[in-house]
Ligand binder design. Sequence first.
Ligand code: G6P
Length: 370
Amino acid sequence: EAAEKGGYPHFMIKEINEQPEAIRTTIMPRIKEGLPFLEECGITTETIKDFKNITIVACGTAMHAGMVGKYVIEDLARVSVNVDIASEFRYRNPIVGEGDLVIIISQSGETADSLAAMRLAKQKGAKTLAIVNAKGSSIAREADMLIYTLAGPEISVPSTKAYITQLSVMYLFAFELALAKETISTAECKRLVSALTKMPEAVQYVIDNCEEICKFVATKLVATDSLLYIGRGLDYALSMEGSLKLKEVSYIHSESYAAGELKHGTISLIDEDVPVIAVATQTGIIPKTISNVVEVKSRGAKVILVCTDACARELKDGVADYVIEIPHTDELLMPITAVVPLQILAYYTSINRGIDPDKPKNLAKSVTVE
Ligand code: G6P
C-alpha cells in the first residue's frame, strides 16, 4: 500500500495532488480547434440543441458538482436546470419526460439511487447523459450519452479528484450547450475553453501556495464542534462540497449556508465557538459576502476567508482572522481552484484529530445498496 501511495501518507492528499493532471487528462481529448469536442460521447450541437429543461441527479460529492453545473449552464446556456438528490428524485414522481435531459453524475457509476434515478428518467422518456469515472460501470453502460471523467482510480473515500474532473466536464458541456443554443458566440466559447485549459496550472499553483496556510488554519479547528460555511452563487455551491469534505473526514459538524440566508435563522448559532469559513470569489457579490463576514465577526465568530487575491488586497484590517488567497481566474471557473484549499483544510483537520481520512467511519466509497 505504501508504494501505491507514491510517497504520500494518505490517498486523500495524493489524489488532491493528482488534480492538475486529472483535469488535463479529462479535458484535453475533448477539445478540438479551441472548441469543445464531445462527438465521441454522443454530444453534438444537433443532439443537444432542443433540450428545454435539464435535471441533474446524483448523490454526495457528485451532486455538489451538479450544483456548480446548474449555475454555469443556466448562466451560459439560459436553460433551466434542477439539481436533485437521487434518492429524492426516484421516489417523488419527478416531472421529466420527452424533450428533457437528465444528467447523472457518479464517480463509481454504481450508486444504487443514482442508477435507479437514471432508469426512471429513461422510462419517463427523458434522454440521459452520464458523467462517470469508473469505466464500464452500470450507469456508464445504460446511459444514452456518456462522458467519462478521466480521473483514474480514486481510492480515498472522500472524493477529490473525481469532483474536480466532474466540474471540468460540466464546464465543457455547458460551453457546448451554450454554443448549440447560440447564447454565446464562437469567439466567447473559445475564450472560455482556453481559460479552462489553464486550470491545471492554476490548481497546481494553489496546491503549491496554499498548503502551508491551510495546514496552519487546520490547527485552529482541532477542538471545534461545529462550524458554518457561507458563500453566494457559485461560492455557495462550492461551499456545500467544502462542508461535506470537512464533516466526512474530521467528524466536525458543519453546514453550508447561502450567505444571504444567514439572518433568517442560522445566525443565532454564531458565537466565539462556531468558526465561519467564507468563500468569496465572485467579484460582483464579494461585497455582499464580506458584509456577512462582518456580521458574524461582530458576533464573535472566528472567520476563515477563502478569496481571490484581488479581494484580499481590498480587505480592511481585521475583517477575517485568516485569509486564504487564490489567484483570480475566469470568474465562472473559480470553483475549480477554490475547492482546493477547502480539501486541504479538511485533510489536515482530519490528521490533527487523529482520523484516517482515507477511511472515515461509517462511510463507504460506493453505496450500492439503498
Ligand atoms: C458515497 C461516497 C461519496 C460519493 C457518493 C456518491 O457516499 O462516500 O464520496 O460522493 O457516494 O458516489 P458516486 O460514486 O455515485 O459518485
